[in-house]
Ligand binder design. Sequence first.
Ligand SMILES: *Cc1c(COP(=O)(O)O)cnc(C)c1O
Length: 400
Amino acid sequence: MTDSDDVKLPGYKLATRAVRAGQIRSQEGEHAEPIFLTSSFVFKDAAEAAARFSGEEAGNIYSRFTNPTVTTFEKRLAAMEGADCCVATATGMSAILATCMGLLKAGDNVVAGRDLFGSTIVLFNKILTKFGLDFTYVDSTDLAQWEDAINARTKMLFLETPSNPLCSISDIAAIAKIAHDNCALLVVDNTFCTPVLQQPLNLGADIVVHSSTKYIDGQGRTMGGAIVGDKKNVGEDVFSFLRSAGPSLSPFNAWVQLKGLETLSVRMQAHSRFALELASWLEQQPAVERVFYPDLPSHPQHELAKRQQCEAAGIIAFQVKGGRNEAWAVIDNTELFSITANLGDTKSTICHPATTTHGRLTIEERELMGVTENLLRLSVGLEDVDDLKKDLQRGLDKIK
Ligand SMILES: *Cc1c(COP(=O)(O)O)cnc(C)c1O
């Protein structure tokens, strides 16, 4: 858990905080951040142990909930999102679980955008409903639906923007106002944009969750997640779930991802530039029916995207002319794109959402979300864009 203090580097810009925030050098004078691979910490005497356990004195106790490498990662990400607190978790899914377990109780209702990450919907509908929570889904781009779906038991609004896989954009500031007018919290999954391209807390959201497995790691190596927000909700309520339930980020993964944060600004700019070039090219291909990318003027929420985020990141969805066979043909004719559901990697990836990431949903759920059989999702990496075009061209040429 992380408190605000001078390691947040107030007064410095985001790219500087990404490289410098959160580091406290040890007596060894190391330049890079060290990895503290230790499960527990020792106390100088019994009184110090008692003070640490009671919370009277801040400091390390046990790596399930206090580890200096993890703390450095938390402080740095909090500084980048403009928040007081950050709690790191083992995965993005455990960040979402910890947010719900820390802040909700049986009987509460959550209103959520319909086009969420597939596992988030499974967590909500199949697991958390067993504990007395209920979930109402809305078209996340339609403000009237958010307003209408709220009832007296609604405690949280939850959305992803841009959404997965269709890159729909929700108006964070407007939905935050709806949440606050109804005494509910707004939680935004900021995995696709990262704080480099979008800072939901500055737009009025209360809590940001991340899968740091994606762009924050950036090279597809480690799993991780985080919850970012204020001292009460995140620093106390979510942290107390993590402390007792233990889906903690390992110090090694925290270290990898800490170094990921240092290069995040330049990587997000490059991913966005390459993706825009590829999306514009795809839009001109005769075998392509439709491209979904927020930085294209054809995107339905293009104006909102321009206002709300600086660039559009590396995720593109597109429909080919035809159905599943045509979509699979594009996948099967690639040589460079990795056929995997991971995203936010230097290596470009391609997947067929209807039979992979969203395969556990019912056909009705998929149809409502627009996850059609002819839809493909790309995560544009950092290879040369001309090579990526050639790689997709081969499959597209096979579609009549
Ligand atoms: C991957 C992802 C998650 C889940 O994160 P894991 O680290 O895989 O558990 C949640 N939300 C979004 C938007 C994601 O892309």
